[in-house]
Write a protein that binds this ligand. Structure first.
Ligand code: GLY
Length: 302
């Protein structure tokens, strides 16, 4: 089977000065994931490699550069899902994990459960050799400045919406037809400590079913959770008699339409259909995305 890869760096009001950094970040993620897939490697390795690049890019809200919670701490969530087994590995509210997607993968492969949070997740990381860091290392100057500004402004919630949605994700299909989706986020700026959004929740921020497709979402978590957006998009893909470019785009747009109309929210998603066809949609001013086109070229945009 021909491998496929699509990534995103969040649907948000990306300022023009961040366009290049967003496109570069998505480009590096494609390179990392494609390096695995083009050599015949597994989709799980490709999704992990792509998301590690996105987590390490400070322009995105995941890993290093995550938004700070009300206490001024980074609190990350991540998930990875296997479209063959329908098993997921997810973590939430972790503070000292540089690459939460690596921990999500460890949960997928080595835990008897599908989701671990907080202290338990970090203990699991220590027991399974997942690198931990000083939580301060994940805080960037830009996010510290944003947190100080937002914390002192009682209207912050209103303009947070444009500032906060740089969640990252990837969906990959390998030569064997294995389909994997993953999502990672620092959540929303000045969120209450302990808040968990859509990203690590199976069906909300991520879903993969080899019989339908794989989806990774981004945007306002509380609205995405209301409509279980990733599963909604996967169900739309399942309903398509033929998986082609038009049906993938239709499913992506329809799910985002439901987000707007029923969830009253903003955001976006990327997907691969069951044949590996890429599609995406968003209702924010911009979304950072990248995919590998049919001729093997990397396409990135905001
Ligand atoms: N979509 C990311 C979040 O709301 O946490």
């Amino acid at each position: 089977m021909k491998p496929s890869l699509i990534v995103h760096g969040g649907a948000w009001d990306i300022p023009e000065e961040a366009f290049e950094a967003c496109k570069e970040g998505c480009g590096r993620a494609l390179e990392a994931g494609w390096c695995v897939l083009s050599r015949g490697g597994p989709a799980l390795d490709a999704v992990e490699a792509a998301i590690v690049e996105l987590e390490d890019a400070p322009v995105f809200d995941a890993g290093t550069g995550s938004h700070l919670n009300l206490d001024g701490r980074v609190e990350c969530d991540a998930i990875v899902m296997d479209g063959a087994s329908l098993r997921a590995g997810a973590v939430a509210c972790v503070h000292r994990i540089r690459n939460p997607i690596r921990l999500a993968r460890a949960v997928l492969e080595r835990a008897p459960h599908m989701m671990l949070v907080g202290e338990g997740a970090e203990r699991f990381a220590a027991e399974h050799g997942i690198a931990q860091c000083d939580p301060k290392e994940l805080i960037t100057e830009a996010e510290l400045a944003a947190w100080l500004r937002c914390r002192n402004d009682k209207h912050a919630a209103k303009y947070h919406r444009g500032h906060e949605q740089g969640t990252v994700g990837a969906v990959a299909m390998d030569r064997e037809g294995r389909l994997i989706a993953g999502t990672s986020t620092g959540g929303t700026c000045c969120k209450l400590p302990g808040r968990v959004g859509d990203s690590p929740l199976i069906g909300c921020g991520c879903y993969a079913d080899a019989e339908a497709g794989g989806v990774s979402c981004t945007g306002w978590g509380e609205a995405i959770m209301k409509i279980v957006m990733a599963k909604a998009a996967a169900d739309l893909l399942r309903g398509c008699a033929i998986a082609d470019e038009a049906s993938g785009m239709r499913a992506a747009r329809e799910a985002v339409k439901v987000l707007a109309e029923r969830g009253r929210g903003t955001g976006g998603l990327i997907l691969l259909d069951r044949e590996g066809g890429p599609a995406f949609a968003f209702n924010t001013p911009h979304m950072a995305y990248g995919y590998v086109a049919g001729d093997g070229t990397f396409v990135t945009g905001v």
